[in-house]
Write a protein that binds this ligand. Structure first.
Ligand SMILES: NC(=O)C1=CN([C@@H]2O[C@H](COP(=O)(O)OP(=O)(O)OC[C@H]3O[C@@H](n4cnc5c(N)ncnc54)[C@H](OP(=O)(O)O)[C@@H]3O)[C@@H](O)[C@H]2O)C=CC1
Ligand SMILES: Nc1nc2c(ncn2[C@@H]2O[C@H](COP(=O)(O)O)[C@@H](O)[C@H]2O)c(=O)[nH]1
Length: 327
Protein backbone atom coordinates (compact mmCIF):
# COMPACT_ATOMS: atom_id res chain seq x y z
CA UNK A 1 0.00 0.00 0.00
CA UNK A 2 1.53 3.30 -1.08
CA UNK A 3 0.14 6.80 -0.51
CA UNK A 4 -3.39 6.98 0.84
CA UNK A 5 -5.89 9.67 -0.09
CA UNK A 6 -9.61 10.21 -0.23
CA UNK A 7 -12.07 11.84 -2.61
CA UNK A 8 -11.45 15.41 -1.44
CA UNK A 9 -7.68 15.03 -1.90
CA UNK A 10 -7.85 14.31 -5.63
CA UNK A 11 -8.42 16.42 -8.70
CA UNK A 12 -8.61 14.92 -12.15
CA UNK A 13 -6.64 16.76 -14.83
CA UNK A 14 -8.53 18.03 -17.89
CA UNK A 15 -7.63 16.89 -21.41
CA UNK A 16 -8.59 18.55 -24.72
CA UNK A 17 -12.30 18.15 -25.41
CA UNK A 18 -13.39 16.18 -28.48
CA UNK A 19 -17.12 16.99 -28.23
CA UNK A 20 -19.09 20.06 -29.32
CA UNK A 21 -21.62 19.62 -26.54
CA UNK A 22 -21.61 17.70 -23.26
CA UNK A 23 -24.84 16.10 -24.39
CA UNK A 24 -22.72 13.97 -26.78
CA UNK A 25 -21.08 12.24 -23.80
CA UNK A 26 -22.47 8.82 -22.96
CA UNK A 27 -22.67 7.98 -19.25
CA UNK A 28 -24.13 4.52 -19.75
CA UNK A 29 -22.46 1.40 -18.41
CA UNK A 30 -22.71 -2.32 -19.03
CA UNK A 31 -22.92 -4.22 -15.77
CA UNK A 32 -23.85 -7.87 -15.22
CA UNK A 33 -25.01 -8.27 -18.82
CA UNK A 34 -27.36 -5.26 -18.69
CA UNK A 35 -27.00 -1.67 -19.81
CA UNK A 36 -27.73 1.13 -17.34
CA UNK A 37 -27.94 4.91 -17.82
CA UNK A 38 -25.49 5.68 -15.01
CA UNK A 39 -22.72 3.84 -13.14
CA UNK A 40 -24.61 4.67 -9.96
CA UNK A 41 -26.81 2.62 -7.63
CA UNK A 42 -28.73 3.95 -4.60
CA UNK A 43 -27.64 2.14 -1.42
CA UNK A 44 -29.62 -0.98 -0.49
CA UNK A 45 -30.81 0.66 2.74
CA UNK A 46 -34.31 0.98 4.13
CA UNK A 47 -34.36 4.80 4.09
CA UNK A 48 -33.02 4.93 0.53
CA UNK A 49 -34.97 2.40 -1.51
CA UNK A 50 -38.35 0.71 -1.41
CA UNK A 51 -40.37 -1.24 -3.95
CA UNK A 52 -41.82 1.88 -5.59
CA UNK A 53 -38.38 3.39 -6.13
CA UNK A 54 -37.03 0.05 -7.37
CA UNK A 55 -39.77 -0.09 -10.02
CA UNK A 56 -39.16 3.55 -10.99
CA UNK A 57 -35.41 2.97 -11.36
CA UNK A 58 -35.77 -0.30 -13.29
CA UNK A 59 -38.43 1.15 -15.62
CA UNK A 60 -36.21 4.13 -16.38
CA UNK A 61 -32.98 2.27 -17.13
CA UNK A 62 -31.18 2.74 -13.80
CA UNK A 63 -29.57 -0.02 -11.75
CA UNK A 64 -31.04 -0.70 -8.30
CA UNK A 65 -30.49 -3.14 -5.43
CA UNK A 66 -33.46 -3.74 -3.13
CA UNK A 67 -32.57 -3.94 0.58
CA UNK A 68 -32.99 -7.14 2.64
CA UNK A 69 -34.79 -5.76 5.68
CA UNK A 70 -38.28 -7.06 4.87
CA UNK A 71 -37.15 -10.60 4.09
CA UNK A 72 -40.66 -12.03 3.80
CA UNK A 73 -41.47 -9.76 0.83
CA UNK A 74 -38.51 -10.77 -1.35
CA UNK A 75 -40.01 -13.76 -3.15
CA UNK A 76 -43.07 -11.80 -4.29
CA UNK A 77 -40.84 -8.86 -5.13
CA UNK A 78 -38.82 -10.99 -7.56
CA UNK A 79 -41.99 -12.41 -9.12
CA UNK A 80 -43.59 -8.97 -9.42
CA UNK A 81 -40.55 -7.31 -11.02
CA UNK A 82 -40.09 -10.11 -13.53
CA UNK A 83 -43.83 -10.21 -14.34
CA UNK A 84 -43.45 -6.52 -15.28
CA UNK A 85 -40.51 -7.40 -17.51
CA UNK A 86 -38.11 -5.64 -15.14
CA UNK A 87 -34.81 -6.73 -13.65
CA UNK A 88 -35.07 -8.32 -10.19
CA UNK A 89 -32.15 -7.24 -7.98
CA UNK A 90 -32.29 -8.27 -4.32
CA UNK A 91 -30.07 -8.50 -1.25
CA UNK A 92 -29.43 -11.42 1.09
CA UNK A 93 -27.58 -11.93 4.36
CA UNK A 94 -25.75 -15.03 5.55
CA UNK A 95 -27.84 -16.38 8.41
CA UNK A 96 -29.52 -19.79 8.28
CA UNK A 97 -32.86 -18.49 6.99
CA UNK A 98 -31.11 -16.90 4.04
CA UNK A 99 -29.93 -20.31 2.82
CA UNK A 100 -33.54 -21.46 2.92
CA UNK A 101 -34.64 -18.36 1.00
CA UNK A 102 -32.15 -19.10 -1.80
CA UNK A 103 -33.41 -22.70 -1.84
CA UNK A 104 -36.98 -21.38 -2.09
CA UNK A 105 -36.06 -19.20 -5.10
CA UNK A 106 -34.48 -22.24 -6.76
CA UNK A 107 -37.48 -24.46 -5.95
CA UNK A 108 -39.77 -21.92 -7.64
CA UNK A 109 -37.44 -21.64 -10.65
CA UNK A 110 -36.86 -17.97 -9.96
CA UNK A 111 -33.57 -16.44 -11.09
CA UNK A 112 -33.17 -12.85 -9.90
CA UNK A 113 -30.87 -11.10 -12.34
CA UNK A 114 -28.77 -9.75 -9.42
CA UNK A 115 -28.24 -11.02 -5.87
CA UNK A 116 -26.15 -8.92 -3.51
CA UNK A 117 -24.70 -10.46 -0.35
CA UNK A 118 -24.91 -7.51 2.03
CA UNK A 119 -22.66 -8.03 5.04
CA UNK A 120 -20.52 -5.61 7.06
CA UNK A 121 -17.38 -7.78 7.03
CA UNK A 122 -17.56 -9.56 3.68
CA UNK A 123 -14.11 -11.16 3.87
CA UNK A 124 -15.42 -14.21 5.71
CA UNK A 125 -16.25 -17.86 5.25
CA UNK A 126 -19.89 -16.94 5.85
CA UNK A 127 -19.91 -14.92 2.62
CA UNK A 128 -17.79 -17.42 0.69
CA UNK A 129 -20.24 -20.21 1.64
CA UNK A 130 -23.22 -18.10 0.59
CA UNK A 131 -21.62 -17.27 -2.78
CA UNK A 132 -21.14 -21.00 -3.38
CA UNK A 133 -24.68 -21.79 -2.25
CA UNK A 134 -26.20 -19.22 -4.65
CA UNK A 135 -23.97 -20.25 -7.54
CA UNK A 136 -24.88 -23.90 -7.02
CA UNK A 137 -28.64 -23.38 -6.81
CA UNK A 138 -29.16 -20.30 -9.03
CA UNK A 139 -26.18 -20.21 -11.40
CA UNK A 140 -27.85 -17.63 -13.66
CA UNK A 141 -27.87 -14.87 -11.02
CA UNK A 142 -25.12 -12.26 -11.07
CA UNK A 143 -23.70 -12.30 -7.54
CA UNK A 144 -22.31 -9.15 -5.92
CA UNK A 145 -20.44 -9.86 -2.67
CA UNK A 146 -19.27 -7.52 0.05
CA UNK A 147 -18.28 -5.43 1.72
CA UNK A 148 -14.52 -5.65 1.63
CA UNK A 149 -11.53 -3.35 1.81
CA UNK A 150 -8.48 -5.35 0.70
CA UNK A 151 -7.14 -7.00 -2.48
CA UNK A 152 -6.98 -10.37 -0.66
CA UNK A 153 -10.69 -10.17 0.05
CA UNK A 154 -11.52 -9.23 -3.54
CA UNK A 155 -9.51 -12.17 -4.86
CA UNK A 156 -11.01 -14.66 -2.39
CA UNK A 157 -14.60 -13.65 -3.10
CA UNK A 158 -13.98 -13.66 -6.85
CA UNK A 159 -12.37 -17.08 -6.52
CA UNK A 160 -15.43 -18.35 -4.62
CA UNK A 161 -17.60 -17.34 -7.58
CA UNK A 162 -18.64 -13.72 -6.95
CA UNK A 163 -19.27 -11.86 -10.22
CA UNK A 164 -18.50 -8.49 -8.63
CA UNK A 165 -17.26 -7.27 -5.26
CA UNK A 166 -18.29 -4.22 -3.25
CA UNK A 167 -15.55 -2.15 -1.62
CA UNK A 168 -16.05 0.09 1.40
CA UNK A 169 -15.86 -0.61 5.11
CA UNK A 170 -16.80 2.40 7.15
CA UNK A 171 -16.72 5.40 4.78
CA UNK A 172 -20.51 5.89 4.87
CA UNK A 173 -22.14 9.08 6.12
CA UNK A 174 -24.16 7.27 8.81
CA UNK A 175 -21.40 4.81 9.56
CA UNK A 176 -19.69 4.65 12.95
CA UNK A 177 -17.70 1.45 12.31
CA UNK A 178 -14.44 3.36 12.15
CA UNK A 179 -15.11 4.98 15.52
CA UNK A 180 -16.52 1.92 17.27
CA UNK A 181 -13.95 -0.61 15.97
CA UNK A 182 -10.91 1.29 14.72
CA UNK A 183 -11.11 -0.55 11.38
CA UNK A 184 -12.05 0.29 7.84
CA UNK A 185 -11.49 2.37 4.74
CA UNK A 186 -13.07 5.55 6.14
CA UNK A 187 -10.81 8.50 5.28
CA UNK A 188 -8.97 6.58 2.54
CA UNK A 189 -11.82 4.97 0.62
CA UNK A 190 -10.61 6.17 -2.78
CA UNK A 191 -7.12 4.76 -2.21
CA UNK A 192 -8.65 1.49 -0.96
CA UNK A 193 -10.73 1.36 -4.13
CA UNK A 194 -7.61 1.76 -6.25
CA UNK A 195 -5.78 -0.89 -4.20
CA UNK A 196 -8.65 -3.37 -4.61
CA UNK A 197 -9.26 -2.56 -8.28
CA UNK A 198 -5.66 -3.40 -9.14
CA UNK A 199 -6.24 -6.94 -7.83
CA UNK A 200 -9.71 -7.42 -9.26
CA UNK A 201 -10.44 -9.44 -12.36
CA UNK A 202 -14.18 -8.68 -12.22
CA UNK A 203 -16.15 -5.45 -11.71
CA UNK A 204 -15.96 -3.49 -8.47
CA UNK A 205 -18.67 -1.40 -6.83
CA UNK A 206 -17.30 1.52 -4.80
CA UNK A 207 -19.55 1.85 -1.75
CA UNK A 208 -19.77 4.81 0.61
CA UNK A 209 -18.16 8.20 1.04
CA UNK A 210 -19.56 9.87 -2.08
CA UNK A 211 -20.26 13.48 -1.10
CA UNK A 212 -20.36 15.24 -4.49
CA UNK A 213 -21.19 14.26 -8.05
CA UNK A 214 -17.53 14.70 -8.97
CA UNK A 215 -16.76 11.79 -6.63
CA UNK A 216 -18.55 9.50 -9.11
CA UNK A 217 -16.03 10.38 -11.83
CA UNK A 218 -13.18 9.92 -9.34
CA UNK A 219 -14.52 6.46 -8.43
CA UNK A 220 -14.60 5.49 -12.11
CA UNK A 221 -11.05 6.81 -12.54
CA UNK A 222 -9.83 4.64 -9.68
CA UNK A 223 -11.47 1.44 -10.91
CA UNK A 224 -15.16 1.35 -10.05
CA UNK A 225 -17.64 -0.06 -12.56
CA UNK A 226 -20.53 1.03 -10.36
CA UNK A 227 -20.83 3.46 -7.44
CA UNK A 228 -23.17 2.85 -4.50
CA UNK A 229 -24.51 6.02 -2.86
CA UNK A 230 -26.60 6.53 0.27
CA UNK A 231 -26.65 10.07 1.65
CA UNK A 232 -26.93 11.86 -1.72
CA UNK A 233 -30.07 9.81 -2.39
CA UNK A 234 -31.60 10.44 1.04
CA UNK A 235 -34.12 13.21 1.61
CA UNK A 236 -36.03 13.03 -1.68
CA UNK A 237 -39.79 13.33 -1.95
CA UNK A 238 -39.96 9.61 -2.72
CA UNK A 239 -37.40 8.55 -0.07
CA UNK A 240 -38.84 6.02 2.39
CA UNK A 241 -37.44 7.72 5.51
CA UNK A 242 -39.87 9.57 7.79
CA UNK A 243 -40.37 13.30 7.21
CA UNK A 244 -39.57 15.71 10.03
CA UNK A 245 -40.23 19.45 10.18
CA UNK A 246 -38.11 21.97 12.05
CA UNK A 247 -38.26 25.78 11.88
CA UNK A 248 -40.42 25.57 8.75
CA UNK A 249 -37.92 23.33 6.95
CA UNK A 250 -38.58 19.73 5.91
CA UNK A 251 -36.09 16.97 6.65
CA UNK A 252 -36.07 13.22 6.05
CA UNK A 253 -34.44 10.60 8.20
CA UNK A 254 -31.48 8.58 6.95
CA UNK A 255 -30.23 5.80 9.19
CA UNK A 256 -27.54 3.13 8.99
CA UNK A 257 -28.43 -0.50 8.36
CA UNK A 258 -26.45 -1.40 11.48
CA UNK A 259 -28.04 1.36 13.57
CA UNK A 260 -30.42 0.71 16.47
CA UNK A 261 -33.20 2.16 14.28
CA UNK A 262 -32.76 -0.65 11.75
CA UNK A 263 -31.95 -3.38 14.24
CA UNK A 264 -34.59 -2.49 16.82
CA UNK A 265 -32.02 -3.07 19.58
CA UNK A 266 -28.74 -1.62 20.80
CA UNK A 267 -26.55 -4.62 20.00
CA UNK A 268 -23.44 -4.40 17.83
CA UNK A 269 -24.53 -0.97 16.68
CA UNK A 270 -22.27 0.44 13.94
CA UNK A 271 -24.58 3.01 12.41
CA UNK A 272 -26.40 6.21 13.34
CA UNK A 273 -29.33 8.34 12.21
CA UNK A 274 -29.26 11.80 10.68
CA UNK A 275 -31.77 14.17 9.15
CA UNK A 276 -31.26 15.28 5.57
CA UNK A 277 -32.84 18.46 4.22
CA UNK A 278 -35.65 17.79 1.75
CA UNK A 279 -34.22 17.69 -1.78
CA UNK A 280 -37.18 17.49 -4.15
CA UNK A 281 -37.65 14.77 -6.73
CA UNK A 282 -35.32 11.80 -7.19
CA UNK A 283 -35.40 12.14 -10.98
CA UNK A 284 -33.97 15.68 -10.74
CA UNK A 285 -30.96 14.36 -8.82
CA UNK A 286 -30.47 11.55 -11.34
CA UNK A 287 -30.62 14.01 -14.24
CA UNK A 288 -28.16 16.36 -12.54
CA UNK A 289 -25.83 13.41 -11.86
CA UNK A 290 -25.99 12.46 -15.53
CA UNK A 291 -25.26 16.02 -16.68
CA UNK A 292 -22.35 16.38 -14.25
CA UNK A 293 -20.92 13.03 -15.36
CA UNK A 294 -21.29 14.04 -19.02
CA UNK A 295 -19.29 17.12 -18.14
CA UNK A 296 -16.67 14.94 -16.40
CA UNK A 297 -16.36 12.82 -19.55
CA UNK A 298 -15.84 15.94 -21.65
CA UNK A 299 -13.11 17.17 -19.28
CA UNK A 300 -11.52 13.72 -19.67
CA UNK A 301 -11.19 14.48 -23.37
CA UNK A 302 -13.55 11.71 -24.42
CA UNK A 303 -17.17 10.90 -25.12
CA UNK A 304 -17.68 7.66 -23.17
CA UNK A 305 -17.55 6.75 -19.49
CA UNK A 306 -14.46 4.60 -19.92
CA UNK A 307 -12.50 7.64 -21.14
CA UNK A 308 -12.37 8.80 -17.50
CA UNK A 309 -10.42 5.64 -16.60
CA UNK A 310 -7.15 6.91 -18.05
CA UNK A 311 -7.03 10.60 -17.06
CA UNK A 312 -4.16 11.99 -15.04
CA UNK A 313 -4.74 13.27 -11.54
CA UNK A 314 -3.05 15.18 -8.78
CA UNK A 315 -3.15 14.70 -5.03
CA UNK A 316 -3.94 18.01 -3.36
CA UNK A 317 -4.13 17.08 0.31
CA UNK A 318 -7.02 18.78 2.10
CA UNK A 319 -7.17 21.72 -0.25
CA UNK A 320 -9.64 21.31 -3.08
CA UNK A 321 -12.68 22.60 -1.20
CA UNK A 322 -10.78 25.69 -0.17
CA UNK A 323 -13.51 26.51 2.33
CA UNK A 324 -16.28 26.12 -0.28
CA UNK A 325 -19.51 24.36 0.56
CA UNK A 326 -20.98 22.11 -2.12
CA UNK A 327 -24.71 22.43 -1.44
N1 LIG B 1 -20.27 -1.01 4.60
C1 LIG B 1 -20.04 -0.88 5.88
O1 LIG B 1 -19.06 -0.26 6.31
C2 LIG B 1 -20.94 -1.49 6.87
C3 LIG B 1 -22.20 -1.86 6.54
N2 LIG B 1 -23.06 -2.35 7.47
C4 LIG B 1 -24.41 -2.74 7.03
O2 LIG B 1 -25.19 -3.07 8.16
C5 LIG B 1 -26.03 -4.17 7.86
C6 LIG B 1 -25.84 -5.26 8.89
O3 LIG B 1 -24.59 -5.90 8.63
P1 LIG B 1 -24.17 -7.25 9.39
O4 LIG B 1 -24.06 -6.94 10.86
O5 LIG B 1 -22.99 -7.82 8.73
O6 LIG B 1 -25.40 -8.19 9.08
P2 LIG B 1 -26.17 -9.21 9.98
O7 LIG B 1 -26.68 -8.54 11.18
O8 LIG B 1 -27.12 -9.91 9.10
O9 LIG B 1 -25.01 -10.21 10.41
C7 LIG B 1 -24.55 -11.16 9.50
C8 LIG B 1 -23.80 -12.26 10.23
O10 LIG B 1 -22.44 -11.94 10.30
C9 LIG B 1 -22.03 -11.86 11.67
N3 LIG B 1 -21.16 -10.69 11.74
C10 LIG B 1 -21.50 -9.40 11.71
N4 LIG B 1 -20.39 -8.62 11.79
C11 LIG B 1 -19.36 -9.48 11.87
C12 LIG B 1 -17.98 -9.30 11.98
N5 LIG B 1 -17.44 -8.08 12.05
N6 LIG B 1 -17.20 -10.40 12.03
C13 LIG B 1 -17.73 -11.63 11.98
N7 LIG B 1 -19.04 -11.85 11.87
C14 LIG B 1 -19.84 -10.80 11.84
C15 LIG B 1 -23.29 -11.74 12.46
O11 LIG B 1 -23.19 -12.33 13.75
P3 LIG B 1 -23.10 -11.42 15.07
O12 LIG B 1 -24.02 -10.25 14.87
O13 LIG B 1 -23.52 -12.34 16.14
O14 LIG B 1 -21.67 -11.01 15.17
C16 LIG B 1 -24.27 -12.53 11.65
O15 LIG B 1 -24.18 -13.89 11.88
C17 LIG B 1 -25.73 -4.57 6.43
O16 LIG B 1 -26.68 -3.99 5.59
C18 LIG B 1 -24.37 -3.98 6.16
O17 LIG B 1 -24.17 -3.63 4.82
C19 LIG B 1 -22.69 -2.53 8.77
C20 LIG B 1 -21.45 -2.16 9.18
C21 LIG B 1 -20.44 -1.68 8.25
N1 LIG C 1 -20.66 1.25 9.03
C1 LIG C 1 -21.88 1.31 8.54
N2 LIG C 1 -22.04 1.47 7.22
C2 LIG C 1 -23.27 1.50 6.78
C3 LIG C 1 -24.39 1.38 7.60
N3 LIG C 1 -25.48 1.42 6.84
C4 LIG C 1 -25.06 1.55 5.59
N4 LIG C 1 -23.73 1.61 5.53
C5 LIG C 1 -22.87 1.77 4.36
O1 LIG C 1 -22.89 3.15 3.96
C6 LIG C 1 -23.09 3.20 2.54
C7 LIG C 1 -23.67 4.53 2.09
O2 LIG C 1 -22.71 5.53 2.32
P1 LIG C 1 -22.95 7.09 1.99
O3 LIG C 1 -21.66 7.73 2.36
O4 LIG C 1 -23.20 7.18 0.51
O5 LIG C 1 -24.09 7.58 2.78
C8 LIG C 1 -24.00 2.01 2.30
O6 LIG C 1 -24.07 1.62 0.95
C9 LIG C 1 -23.37 0.96 3.19
O7 LIG C 1 -22.29 0.31 2.62
C10 LIG C 1 -24.18 1.24 8.98
O8 LIG C 1 -25.12 1.18 9.80
N5 LIG C 1 -22.91 1.23 9.41
Amino acid sequence: MDTVFDYEDIQLIPAKSIVKSRSECDTSVEFGGHKFKLPVVPANMQTIIDEKIAIFLAENGYFYIMHRFQPETRLDFVKDMQARGLIASISVGVKEGEYEFVQQLADENLTPEFITIDIAHGHSNAVIDMIKHIKKLIPGSFVIAGNVGTPEAVRELEHAGADATKVGIGPGKVCITKIKTGFGTGGWQLAALRWCAKAASKPIIADGGIRTHGDIAKSVRFGASMVMIGSLFAGHEESPGETFEKDGKCFKEYFGSASEFQKGERKNVEGKKMYVEHKGKLIDTLIEMEQDLQSSISYAGGNKLKDIRTVDYVVVKNSIFNGDKIY
